[in-house]
Ligand binder design. Sequence first.
Ligand code: NAI
Length: 348
Amino acid sequence: MHLVTLIPGDGIGPEITEAVKEIMASAKAPINWEPVLAGQTALDNEADLLPLKTLQSLAKNKVALKGPLTTPIGTGFRSVNVSLRQKFDLYACVRPYKTLPGISTCFNNVDIVVIRENTEDLYKGVEFAPGSAEVAMITEMSRGMVATDAAVAIKAISAKASRRIAKYAFEYAKTTGRKKVTASAKANIMKFTDGLFNGAVREVAKDYQDIEYNEILVDALCMKLVQDPNKFDILLLPNLYGDIVSDLVAGLVGGLGMAPGANIGAKMAIFEATHGSAPDIAGNDVANPTGLLLSAIMMLDYLGENDIARKIERAVYTVLKDGKEVTKDLNPNGVTTSQMTKAIIKAL
Ligand code: NAI
């Protein structure tokens, strides 16, 4: 039995984690869940965004399945997701996206893994408000290029973190039999930061002669992805671009409801779907549980429970292929989250 921390999360989080728990139990996955709170739900119930009990559970169990956490937009507290990734040094965000049976999209046979550096870049969250002493200093340092009434964010990209994520991506390619790594940033404009990222990846690439390596500017990457995604295999990006490109690729395989993910560190991993807490549909029993379920399947593989992982995968593919008992984001005449969950359990 594996003891796994379970964070149901905010919005649609509790509905989809319940679905995944039911499916895992029916498949007899050897998992004991340790439920704890984080995010808005933790703030409401325990007056703390990231309670000590949650941090202790994560540090002890070293594996977690997490529902999405709400972050207020443009104001309020900073992202608890980002805090967790930084606190536990979960440096690799790994999101495998592929065309699934029964899901009608513009392209067939998409099979792309987005690997995103998860700990630095603009997501460090070092920002200075207009009129602050820091902005005044930056105005002076930049000889007036940055106005004193500007808000300023620091984009920090280090050689160490860039090499580490590059090594992760090439090792991932090697162990999963993938053929090509494409690094993407905007080094024509951000010569020091993105230039450093590309340079570090290029150096690491030399140690992996069997794996093809190329680079592309992130704007051109977006265009090429929507024209011909089959050209790409592993995409390796700094944090911000990786976040954006992830959602683009999720759209190519059926949308956010279908997109899994994992945040992986040297000794610990938190598995979570790509999507957020979807407040627009929360509480209506309509959220697609597939993204979180595919993340749980990644977790089973991480734990070495490959047979159970394949069994659940076959069941979800059967339901998707049949196309009737799926949520409405996939089929306008579809069913509820609970009904889709029951269908997957039946297919087991
Ligand atoms: P979102 O991913 O929650 O929703 C975007 C759109 O996709 C919405 O129309 C939503 O209904 C739909 N959607 C998402 N997941 C779905 C599912 N499983 N089934 C069916 N439809 C689904 O992104 P949004 O609205 O920008 O963000 C909402 C909140 O989530 C924000 O507070 C944001 O900060 C947070 N967020 C959290 C993440 C995490 O916990 N890892 C990741 C992304 C956003």
